[in-house]
Design a protein around this ligand. Structure first.
Ligand code: AHR
Length: 305
């Protein structure tokens, strides 16, 4: 009916549907899977048409996807940059085409901040600090040998989580990072790197993994080496996805710093504001907490991802 109530609720009345091009990093972790679902669900909920691509952790694929969104004249481009550097050219192309860009989850290190409207995501340095704070609390002044499983080389979360952690520990001479290597944010990567660490170092006290998946891979390697994860070797990770929280509840991981992947609803809201010509904050930080074993047991039954 053309007079009935409700006939304009889903964008009738001449409003054109917003088209968003989203260039995702990949499907490397449980976190990423939850993030993708959040974005897809929120787009549908908001009535925004989503063009979605998975770059398989390769910057060149992300750049290609962004260029194709520019060609298709989407209304807005959103993406989570796999690494921090090397975006200026393609971002300039989007700007010249008059298409606003929103960064989600990961930052770029471009000096020209006019190349994107805002950056929505976690404070990764803060996450690293929270992991460090727990380590200081847990080990006190005892000599502690730490191995670090880094995220994807050159990515904002790998750079920042390392930095925040080191900043906290640098005040205490009893902590030594005896080995640090990338596991690319994957379970398999974490397992392989941990296997090598265990062979080279008989005296590891703690694993600091930049995400749950690498921590879960490390658990497999530790068990295969005949040691007990969470006891013989303690583990602190970042993310708090279901599998990580289950391992924490089971005592195999000792502490998790939360990184929320549920960025979809806020991203759609920001998109609508930007396209309506409203001002948005240049940096929007995600709210996050931390989990001990008891807190994980309590949170698990209602955890969404
Ligand atoms: O950028 C966020 C990080 O990327 C998550 O912590 C990690 O699990 C993912 O792969």
């Amino acid at each position: 009916s053309d007079s009935g109530s409700g006939s304009t609720a889903d964008g009738g009345g001449g409003d054109e549907q917003i088209v968003m091009g989203f260039a995702q990093v990949g499907a490397e972790s449980g976190w990423r899977t939850a993030n993708t679902k959040s974005i897809q669900d929120a787009a549908e909920e908001a009535g925004i048409e989503l063009k979605f691509s998975d770059a398989q952790q390769k910057q060149e694929n992300q750049i290609k996807a962004i260029r194709s969104y520019i060609q298709q004249k989407v209304d807005v481009i959103a993406f989570s940059p796999v690494v921090e550097t090397g975006w200026d050219t393609v971002l300039k192309e989007a700007q010249d085409a008059g298409i606003p860009v929103i960064l989600t989850d990961r930052a770029v290190d471009s000096e020209d901040t006019s190349l994107y409207v805002t950056f929505l995501g976690s404070d990764f340095v803060e996450e690293g600090k929270k992991a460090g704070d727990w380590v200081v609390e847990e080990f006190g002044t005892a000599p502690t040998n730490i191995v670090e499983l880094q995220g994807t080389t050159g990515s904002a979360p790998a750079i920042d989580r390392k930095e925040g952690f080191e900043e906290v520990l640098s005040g205490s001479p009893n902590f030594t990072v005896i080995a640090s290597q990338t596991g690319d944010f994957t379970r398999d990567g974490g397992k392989k790197v941990m296997e090598a660490f265990l062979q080279q170092h008989p005296d590891i006290d703690l694993v600091y993994a930049h995400n749950d998946d690498m921590g879960l891979g490390a658990i497999e390697a530790i068990e295969a080496a005949g040691k007990v994860p969470g006891q013989d070797i303690k583990i602190v990770t970042v993310d708090a996805v279901k599998d990580g929280m289950q391992a924490l509840a089971d005592g195999k991981i000792n502490f998790i710093v939360e990184c929320s992947p549920l960025l979809g609803p806020q991203l759609m809201e920001i998109t609508q504001q930007v396209l309506a010509g409203e001002e948005v904050e240049p940096r929007i930080v995600t709210e996050e907490t931390t989990f001990t074993q008891e807190q994980a047991i309590e949170a698990l039954p209602t955890r969404q991802y």
